[in-house]
Design a protein around this ligand. Structure first.
Ligand code: GRF
Length: 190
């Protein structure tokens, strides 16, 4: 399974996927990492591991992912022979130009038990709502924000003295375990 990863930030999920490949628990290869943020650490992680990496130039738009840029991103992923696209902290909404090229093959990880708390800073939303349980979800991507069909989830407790940082850290431990499992599930179903 040839994976393409899109991320905007630290890339700890990409690292977890890479670690799972290296320890033999995930039968896959990361063939391309792309980021809309030229300063993102995910790009450093990719290059220091010898993985081809590149920038998605969103033409100065802060959050928009222009259609023609999505089409070009799809072309780059196809050229790299990508089978499954993993969004890992990618902060732009993917739409038809990319979805149509990889039907049922684009996944996202989100730090909540969807459908609860879609959108940004989901762990802060969970704390503000007084949730006693939180977690993470890997789901297929559709045109909505964190709305596609759920593939799998992992749960964590919320403690009374949790801060946003402590809760997010607990969720991320589960994210790193869950994403490789989800990729295997999807690959086996293709
Ligand atoms: C994760 O919490 C993920 O659930 C969310 O963005 C964060 C990305 O973290 N979508 P990282 O870049 O993988 O470290």
């Amino acid at each position: 399974m040839r994976l393409g990863i899109l991320g905007s930030g630290s890339g700890s999920n990409m690292q977890a996927i890479l670690d799972a490949i290296e320890d033999g628990t995930l039968d896959a290869e990361i063939v391309l990492v792309l980021s809309d943020n030229p300063g993102a650490f995910i790009l450093d992680r990719a290059t220091s591991n010898g993985i081809p990496a590149g920038i998605i130039d969103c033409q100065g738009f802060k959050s928009k992912f222009p259609d023609e840029v999505q089409a070009d991103t799809a072309r780059r992923l196809l050229e790299a022979g990508v089978d499954i696209v993993c969004l890992a902290g990618f902060m732009r909404l993917v739409k038809r130009p990319l979805l149509d090229v990889f039907p049922g093959r684009i996944l996202n990880i989100h730090p909540s038990l969807l459908p609860d708390f879609p959108g940004i800073d989901a762990w802060k939303q969970a704390l503000a709502a007084g949730a006693t349980e939180a977690g993470c979800t890997v789901h297929y991507v559709d045109e909505g924000m964190d709305t596609g069909p759920v593939i799998c989830q992992a749960r964590v407790p919320v403690f009374p003295d949790d801060t946003p940082e402590s809760l997010h850290a607990r969720i991320q431990i589960e994210e790193h375990r869950l994403y490789p499992v989800a990729i295997t599930l999807v690959a086996d179903a293709l």
